[in-house]
Design a binder for this molecule. Structure first.
Ligand code: BGC
Length: 759
């Protein structure tokens, strides 16, 4: 690691510092023992891989690089898949679900000449049958332990069905809520995003993903897929090296450091080169700089798409470019025929010398290693009876409720919430009030939708469960598209007849996720008019939002007496929303992504760079809009509680620190109300003068703290080179001496402030 002195000279940090930063001490025998055990396992696996590789034909080698899909009726393994598996021409299978289908395909693979088992992969994104809140909502909990636990539940459910490999976590940083896939990530911040990435890998994989209830994870989409121009899906990404390294790469790197098994190359181009054909990303950064040892899989048909990009002349050229760039496995699946460019053109590319056999051997090694580490050689089949004990268990459902409780974000409360449990009559209104399918959000795994929907508690049911003695009425008002106001009358009538109304509005699940960019991110159709019709009754009401991205909700932010962001809260979402509405749970979620006031402010994030002309209302020639303030509707890190917290007594262990050193930052938080609550204390820093401009604020630590009413707790953060430093435009990391601002609070705006000098 090199540490750069101000404007130029680079000093080498001693290896001990690096180990210290990683939390490793020479005296740590346990760590040494694990490293030794891991090394010897790695050596054993290497030997087995070598032995197998020596026996493989070129066609069999390319077989391992082939990811096929189900070609039979209703997603079953059809004749082609079975035949190719028997011939050793398939390495992995995507989207084949059902333990019997999987075992059948595995049986065929084990009949192949070398008996190499298949590995089965699927998008298991926020649950398998027990559906957790969508990833953007999970991140709103800022609860890493809960996130790890949820992914462990996902792994235990999916592996019971034979799926040993998930294409998650998606860690693409995003500052543009028009992009539909913001729902799948952890939002806009590299520090939070990195922590969540590592927590997810730990949950899926544990310390050993050969265990029957663990699975290999995939960090995706490498790289910078979350920054398409204009928020339009699959669009161009073009960014500076410093932005790439400081803001977009850290979560992928965190996943790699956490031992993620595989990396998925992205669909997008980055700086003019498609990511799935880019050796700079896949070799230089991933293999050389980060020492990644796992397998790289392309995104779905991303290799073929090198032709459409105008990067490859034809499919043969595409195969050559992807192979030499470092894509090990081609997800080329085109059902029913195998259409991957690797299988079709790979062997000829090798015999003609256009691709080296050394490259292909390296790719195959990565795949075989993955299979050994995932335990599929030792346990190729899945016991079909495991499903009954693993999926939708009470413990899994309880975990889903807990994280949904923790990750709803209270955006506004004019004494409207919590609703009294003594309320005698409640109207539950709106297109998402009793809508299990949409409440689950996008990315329910293939084949699991019906069972997931059947086990989902909607808000209507959740309210009934929470206040069993109340009279609860329901009126949909309109469907999610809300093109007609015909049902508004019944909704208004229900509101008029009830003491309180809960209006649940938002986007249908299909409005976010892949290929779901929107140019208008307000409530769809006439949904706002529905809320306004309820408001016009003059009766007390609150609004619950379900959506997969920050929305533009100016009217609600100004007028709704109570406003709860519940994203897509999953299977237990209705109970969790009711927990918060009736005060059984005090809300503690904080936004992981900025809410803009309007689409014109996008891209927007709290950690913007300073300008030479900061906004000044008295000076026209400063950086601002004529028609909207620069400030967002709701900032990153924001979220209210039913109690109030006060931060005080910011103290630094030292007012100065060396470029290699660390210090502690402490602050007290007092719950100034009577109800116990949980706040997320957030540490931000700002490097005042830097050779490459540094964000006006950047998150450098966070902690969830539960505090009883009237009590005070102290939070402690460690601040060191990893947070104080940054990457320059050559991709070099360093800490520059100079003055830093330090902030501690519970949002990216305001908080206590102090100063620090790095020397
Ligand atoms: C998505 C990936 C996903 C893959 C397999 C692609 O379209 O971009 O995120 O893992 O499909 O389902």
């Amino acid at each position: 690691m090199s540490i750069r002195a101000r404007r130029g000279a680079w000093i080498l940090a001693p290896a001990a510092t690096v180990l210290l930063i990683l939390g490793v001490t020479a005296a740590s025998r346990t760590v040494a023992h694990h490293i030794f055990a891991a090394d010897s396992r790695e050596q054993t696996i290497n030997k087995k891989v070598d032995a197998l590789l020596a026996k493989m034909t070129l066609a069999e080698k390319f077989g391992q690089l082939e990811m096929a899909g189900p070609d039979g009726a209703n997603g079953t393994p059809g004749p082609l898949l079975l035949q190719n598996a028997k011939a050793g021409l398939v390495g992995s299978v995507l989207d084949l679900v059902g333990v019997n289908n999987i075992n059948q395909a595995q049986q065929a693979a084990l009949q192949s000449r070398l008996h190499i088992p298949l590995i089965f992969s699927l998008d298991v994104i926020h649950g398998y049958q027990t559906i957790f809140p969508v990833p953007l909502m999970e991140a709103s909990s800022w609860d890493l332990a809960a996130i790890t636990r949820d992914e462990a539940v996902s792994a235990s459910e999916a592996t019971a069905d034979g799926i040993k490999w998930t294409f998650n976590p998606m860690v693409d940083i995003a500052r543009d809520p028009r992009w539909g896939r913001v729902v799948e990530g952890a939002g806009e911040d590299p520090y939070l995003g990195s922590a969540v990435a590592a927590a997810k890998v730990a949950g899926y994989q544990g310390s050993d993903y050969s265990r029957l209830d663990k699975m290999a994870a995939t960090v995706k989409h490498f790289a910078a897929y979350g920054a398409p121009v204009a928020g339009r899906e699959y669009n161009t990404v073009d960014m500076s090296t410093q932005q790439l390294f400081n803001d977009y790469l850290p979560p992928y790197k965190a996943a790699v450091n956490a031992g993620v098994a595989t990396v998925m190359s992205a669909f997008n181009s980055l700086n003019g080169v498609p990511a799935s054909g880019d050796p700079y990303l896949l070799k230089q950064i991933l293999r050389q700089m980060w020492d990644f040892k796992g397998a790289v899989v392309s995104d779905y048909q991303a290799v073929q798409e090198l032709v459409e990009f105008g990067f490859a002349a034809n499919e043969q050229d595409a195969a050559r470019l992807a192979l030499t760039a470092g894509v090990d496995i081609e997800m080329g699946v085109q059902v029913p025929s195998i259409n991957s460019t690797y299988t079709n053109f790979g062997p000829a590319l090798v015999t003609s010398g256009k691709v080296s056999i050394a490259q292909v051997n390296a790719d195959v090694r990565h795949v075989l290693r993955l299979k050994y580490l995932a335990g599929v050689f030792d346990h190729p089949f899945t016991d079909p009876t495991r499903v009954q004990h693993a999926e939708l268990t009470p413990a899994n459902l309880a975990a889903a409720r807990t994280i949904a409780d923790e990750s709803s974000v209270l955006l506004r409360n004019e004494n409207a919430l919590p609703l009294p449990k003594s309320t005698g009559s409640i109207a539950v209104v709106g297109p998402l009030a009793d809508n299990a399918a949409d409440q689950l959000g996008s990315n329910v795994p293939i084949g699991q939708n019906a069972v997931a929907v059947a086990h989902t508690t909607t808000v209507l049911q959740g309210v009934k469960n929470a206040v069993p003695s109340a009279t609860v009425t329901y009126a949909q008002g309109c469907d999610t598209a809300c093109t007609s106001s015909a049902g508004f009358g019944a909704a208004v009538q229900a509101a008029n007849a009830a003491q309180r109304t809960v209006v649940v509005v938002g986007e249908p699940a299909s409005y976010s996720g892949e290929a779901s960019s929107r140019s208008d991110i307000s409530l769809p159709g006439q949904q706002l008019a529905l809320v306004q019709a309820i408001a016009a009754t003059g009766k007390p009401y609150v609004v619950v939002l379900m959506n997969g991205r920050p929305l533009t909700i100016g009217w609600l932010a100004d007028n709704a007496p109570g406003l709860l962001e519940s994203w897509y809260p999953g299977t237990e979402g209705g109970n969790a929303v009711a927990d918060v509405l009736f005060g059984s749970v005090n809300p503690s979620g904080k936004l992981p992504m900025t809410f803009p006031r309007n689409v014109g402010q996008i891209p927007i994030s709290y950690n913007e760079l300073p300008t030479g002309r900061p906004a000044d209302p008295n000076n026209k020639y400063t950086s601002k809009y004529l028609d909207v303030p620069n400030t967002p509707q709701y900032p990153f890190g924001f979220g209210l509680s039913y109690t109030t917290f006060q931060f005080s007594n910011l103290r630094l262990s030292s007012s100065s620190v060396g470029t290699h050193g660390s210090l502690t930052v402490r602050a007290d938080i007092t719950n100034t109300g009577t109800t116990s609550g949980t706040d997320v204390a957030q540490l931000y820093i700002h490097d005042r003068v830097a050779s490459v401009l540094q964000p006006v604020r950047k998150l450098a630590g966070f902690q969830r703290v539960s505090i009883a009413g009237g009590q005070t707790r102290t939070v402690t953060f460690t601040l060191g080179p990893s947070q104080l430093g940054y990457y320059d435009n050559n991709g070099h990391f360093g800490v520059e001496p100079g003055a830093f601002d330090v902030y501690v609070g519970d949002s990216s705006v305001g908080g206590l402030s102090g100063q620090l000098s790095v020397q």
